[in-house]
Design a protein. Structure first.
Length: 295
């Protein structure tokens, strides 16, 4: 594809997105009754839903400008205007996200630290991963749930409490994990940079601040690296471990977001043929004491 063809394709995609944005706004406007917004109407009103000028008035924008937006013209609403339109049209969270995507804008995130729990289908799937060590982490990277294979390879999370059952805490302060992870320094850098990138949504949150303060006191590497403000987003890769019983093992790991509105993620490790890892994992599982198995 040459430069002119690529430019034409990009322009066509932009036009299609603007038309879809206008159609979406119009559909939300037409479904909203005047009474829901406190607008008085006469008996002869025939317009379905709100009129354009009514939406413009509620959102605090010009009627002509809003009309252009619905018509798919090349106008570029700001984040503030889009937020005002969301309020005026009474959009729910899914609709707001859709509107911002169509407008090519980043929706401002206001994360509230609600209680986290892994249950139902998520737990069923976790336990079905028999030959794949896996665990669920929350917004702060606390381990919320895990399966038997994770216990066999990484240790019994049930023996850890509070901040000790946190991935960042384990990587930087646990002698067991420092020995277990073959490429510890490289992985620790990635863990720290990825944690910083994801924790940006919770800057100022007391739980995050407490964990970071604890890590600054507990780990010289954390204390040295954290002020560098490196960020990364590495969700897949190969991890080599040095298991105290099975010896060298290799896993391909992946982090999967859970699409339920939370920041929980499912982290899965798939054993590779390398270093006979599959057979070694099976042997570890066969020998796992019943009292160390996950609930």
């Amino acid at each position: 594809m040459n430069a002119s063809t690529a430019a034409a394709s990009s322009q066509s995609a932009d036009e299609s997105r603007r038309r879809e944005l206008g159609a979406f706004l119009r559909s939300r406007r037409e479904r909203l009754t005047p009474s829901a917004t406190g607008i008085a109407t006469g008996p002869r009103r025939r317009t379905p839903g709100l009129r354009r000028e009514e939406v413009a008035m509620i959102a605090g924008v010009g009627t002509t400008w809003y009309t252009w937006l619905e018509q798919g013209r090349d106008v570029r609403p700001s984040v503030e205007v889009l937020s005002a339109l969301c309020e005026a049209l009474r959009l729910d969270a899914v609709e707001k996200r859709h509107l911002f995507i169509l407008a090519g804008r980043q929706q401002p995130e206001r994360r509230v630290a609600t209680p986290e729990k892994a249950d139902g289908p998520l737990l069923h799937m976790l336990q079905s991963l028999v030959l794949q060590p896996a665990y669920v982490v929350g917004r702060r990277w606390d381990v919320l749930a895990w399966n038997d294979a994770a216990v066999a390879v990484f240790g019994d999370y049930g023996l850890l409490e509070g901040d000790c059952r946190n991935i960042v805490h384990m990587v930087f302060t646990s002698p067991h994990h420092r020995h277990l992870l073959v490429d510890w320094e490289e992985l620790a850098h990635i863990v720290l940079a990825s944690f910083r990138a994801e924790s940006a949504k919770y800057v100022g949150n007391p739980d995050f601040d407490r964990l970071i303060a604890l890590m600054m006191r507990s780990s010289p590497e954390f204390r040295d690296w954290w002020p560098r403000r490196d960020v990364a987003r590495k969700l897949t890769g190969v991890k080599h471990v040095r298991h105290p019983v099975a010896g060298a093992m290799a896993f391909e790991h992946m982090s999967l977001s859970i699409d339920d509105g939370s920041d929980m993620r499912l982290v899965v490790y798939t054993p590779l043929a390398e270093q006979n890892s599959i057979a070694k994992l099976q042997k570890l599982l066969d020998e796992l004491p019943s009292e160390r198995r996950s609930a």
